[in-house]
Design a protein around this ligand. Sequence first.
Ligand SMILES: *Cc1c(COP(=O)(O)O)cnc(C)c1O
Length: 436
Amino acid sequence: MTHDERRTTSASARVLNLAQRYLVGGVNSPVRAFRHVGTHPLLLRSSKGARVVDVEGRVYLDFVMGWGALILGHQHPVVLKALREGLKKTILLGLTHPTEALLAQKITESIPSVEQVRFCVSGTEACMIAVRIARAHTKRTRILAIEGCYHGHSDSLMAGKTLGLPDVLEQEIIRVPFNDREAFESIVAREGQALACMIIEPVCANTGVILPVAGYLECIREVTKREGIVLIFDEVVTGFRLSLGGAQERFKIAADLTTLGKIIGGGLPIGAVAGPKYLMQHLAPQGKVYHAGTFAGHPLSMAAGLAILSELESHPPYARLARMAQHLSEGLSQQAKRCRVGVHINQIESLLTVFFTDVSVRNAKEAQAAHQDQFARWANTLRERGVLISPSPYEAFFVSSVHREEDIEHFIEVSYDAFVAAVSSRASPHFRREPC
Ligand SMILES: *Cc1c(COP(=O)(O)O)cnc(C)c1O
């Protein structure tokens, strides 16, 4: 070890110690602790394009991409320009600013079911508000949700999943497996008149990527409409990712309410609930459903979001993203086969997850049955080889427009060693390359 290396390594240990001492678990969001893969938080200092740099100066090819927020990559020039111009005008006004209406207009023009938008600062808040509107509109209280879907951490939507909530909330939410029409229809038959809303990720992205089977979303749309249940599509991930019109355009299905976040903030904090006027008018000051926010419609988030959505509209990256993600999916699949590792890859557009299992994954239970230890060794080896994926088997990898063909090839190439490591019995992240 050179003197320089010793110095940087101890610098990174110092930062990690500091984080672990002053932040709970060393992080501000649990998945960042890397516990799913048995390691420790990765401390990053900067990012550009398709790459992130850790505090030691190691460079990683990034497929976390801000958990999907960065569809055009890190530090995109249009966002930097919008922020520089925005900063000249203001940081915070606390009153209404023209960019809010412009971003709302852009969203409305992209998603046919949307007439109005309310901005907030996170996807959590967006889903919380959507449920509140649905409850006020229907004068019912129960929520129908999907096992394994994530809608942020508001009380109603986390009932049964976290400590610190009153038991009564658990009676107000019913969860059914994704892709199970029978389970869905039988709950509606039993509970229909009590259900305020059904909330669903049209493509699951938080239990790994899971695609809806043919006819499933159509069935949900038809039945919820018939029963007067507000259908909320949580498009925090899929919005502006599956297409400009999100999952609704991709699958040609209109939701009643849509929640958005991630991409629409261009990398800055944001959330939005959006829908037709007759539902949105329930929100204060028009109606009696309360929502407010000091930072709601923050000028810099609006500016960054508007820049990104305009760029997506003028230079749609979707066809190329889908081609690259498909290439990645096929390449990884072939490498796994060469190493005789059973994997099943779910991919749609620029989203994919590698499940270490021989069977197809159509719901959360099947996702959870995959080999998590194999995933952990695979992800840790990729990280050692400079490829960063989400440190959890229940997250998606995100292909971004800044990934080049060479980057995809590189990922496929290093995945060979990672697949070897995945099925090696050695628990140590340090292993020697063995023949498959
Ligand atoms: C990330 C996410 C959320 C929560 O958004 P935050 O901004 O992290 O609060 C909600 N729903 C889905 C589908 C998400 O992926």
